[in-house]
Design a binder for this molecule. Structure first.
Ligand code: PLP
Length: 392
């Protein structure tokens, strides 16, 4: 589905930004439409994804994790095997190509887990465009390895110390920096959030996940999955894999949000499960807010899911009933992290561990005639120090 002319998916989306950014978003939209209509643009994007990123990422059957619970076949879309270790690189390649096409001389980005920051620093180095990354000071601590890698790749990382010192605050700062230098700066947003056209544009760069996965399931299993499961922070890996199956009405789509310490605990990051409709970072969607409309502080064990909002297309998919959104707590995700590593020989990102945790619950309700496909959005190297501290 395309958003309407004003950038809405049903009731959600739009362009709620200060005047100075309206023109910048208009300029971006025109450049994006021209690029999307240009086969040479997509050819270059696909060539880079193939030779630099390592696509197509495999779909891999991994039955040991759910064994003993169910005989349902279990498959993983291996975005963890991408260069830089997560799905984020698909999107940054696309946006960096656009930045170059638009003649922008500087790239800025926000990052939570650091995966988007690393992916942006990577394409900045590859295309020779200087990169400034904004990151919450708490995430700078939690994701020290990724900060080091970003610096190694030549990016400047700015620790943002306001608010909860996490992704929301980093995003606020990136918007401020963009407004201050719109003429020469391209803002690479890391998820399907922000003002139109970002949610649509980022989905178009991430839908490669779902297009590949659909083809691979048909080739390898001779059928489509019955269930597709992905974690939801802002929602880009989920919308990317959902996009491949959205027209297959029989395929159930599951988005897994970070419940943190529980939906009712007040320490959560589940915008669809515990939030309400409002405006955040330029678009209308679900977000965690107080009764007075202030953005609520969030919590998740996983930096990449620790965001108070969610992309507008997910709000629409929830409203229409096409996708179902479920919560997974910190403890459940951590248990899944260990169980999955032992069973499959793959250390998942803590974000992905949320999807894996729910998929095992779902497996109880499924049989050998079904097929559960989980988007393994990233690998867990970045989380090892944090997990080691938690389980000490
Ligand atoms: C490995 C991984 N998975 C998932 C996410 C969540 O982002 P999104 O919901 O946009 O896929 C992140 C964000 O940093 C991530 O690093």
């Amino acid at each position: 589905m395309r958003p309407d002319a004003r950038g809405y998916f049903g009731d959600f989306g739009g362009r709620f930004v200060p005047e100075v950014l309206i023109a910048a978003l208009g300029e971006l939209e025109i450049a994006m439409e021209a690029a999307f209509a240009d086969p040479a643009f997509w050819l270059e994007y696909e060539t880079i994804l193939q030779h630099f990123v390592g696509r197509p990422s495999p779909v891999y059957r991994a039955d040991r994790y759910a064994a003993g619970i169910s005989s349902v076949p279990f498959a993983l879309k291996r975005e963890d095997l991408n260069h830089t270790g997560a799905h984020k690189i698909n999107n940054t390649v696309g946006q960096a190509l656009l930045a170059r096409r638009m003649g922008k001389r500087r790239i800025i980005a926000e990052t939570g887990a650091g995966q988007h920051g690393v992916a942006t620093a990577t394409v900045g180095a590859k295309f020779g465009i200087p990169v400034d990354v904004y990151m919450g000071a708490l995430d700078v601590e939690r994701q020290a390895l990724n900060v080091y890698i970003m610096n190694l790749l030549g990016a400047n990382v700015h620790a943002v110390s306001g608010g909860t010192r996490t992704l929301k605050d980093a995003t606020n700062e990136a918007f401020r920096q963009w407004a201050a230098r719109v003429e020469d700066t391209f803002y690479v947003i890391g998820s399907v959030v922000g003002a139109h056209p970002y949610p649509y544009m980022v989905r178009e760069f991430q839908k490669i996940i779902g297009i590949e996965a659909r083809r691979q399931c048909l080739e390898q299993f001779g059928r489509l999955p019955t269930d597709v499961v992905a974690c939801v922070g802002g929602g880009s890996n989920a919308i990317g894999i959902f996009a491949g199956f959205i027209d297959d009405a029989a395929v159930r789509l599951w988005g897994v949000e970070a419940a943190g310490e529980g939906l009712e605990s007040g320490r959560t990051a589940a915008a669809l499960g515990a939030g309400s409709v409002g405006v955040l970072h330029g678009s209308r969607s679900y977000l965690l807010q107080t009764e007075r409309g202030q953005v609520q502080d969030t919590h998740s064990i996983s930096a990449g899911l620790d965001y108070p909002g969610v992309g507008p297309e997910h709000a629409f998919l929830k409203q229409s009933g096409r996708a179902t959104y479920v919560p997974v707590t910190d403890d459940e995700a951590l248990d899944a992290f260990f169980a999955f590593a032992r069973a499959e020989g793959i250390v998942p990102a803590l974000e992905s561990a949320h999807a894996i945790a729910f998929a095992r619950t779902l497996a109880r309700e499924r049989s050998k005639d079904d097929l559960i496909l989980v988007n393994l959005s990233g690998r867990g190297d970045k989380d090892i120090n944090q997990v080691r501290e938690l389980r000490r």
